[in-house]
Ligand binder design. Structure first.
Ligand SMILES: [Zn+2]
Length: 86
């Protein structure tokens, strides 16, 4: 599976969260590494996407689309994510 960067999540995150999160700082819960969402490692499949920390490979975020226009976002490895409003 090809490794992409966080920009691969730009459209889906903007659609689901309502803002472009690729410039938002994110911090890994496992190792404390931080940086913009755009620099995380992203693996995309037909089922959805998984974002992993580039420093320790911990799973930061999972995104799965379900039937009926529903989506599930998990953030098991994100200690903090900056949210921008307005
Ligand atoms: Zn990490």
């Amino acid at each position: 599976m090809d490794v992409l960067d966080g920009n691969a999540l730009a459209g889906r995150l903007a659609d689901l969260l309502g803002w472009d999160a690729t410039d938002s700082p994110v911090r890994c819960r496992a190792c404390g590494d931080g940086g913009a969402v755009a620099r995380v490692a992203v693996y995309v499949s037909a089922m959805g996407a998984v974002a992993r920390c580039r420093a320790c490979d911990a799973v930061l975020l999972t995104m799965v689309d379900a039937v009926g226009g529903r989506s599930w976002i998990g953030m098991p490895g994100i200690d903090a994510l900056e949210v921008r409003r307005g």
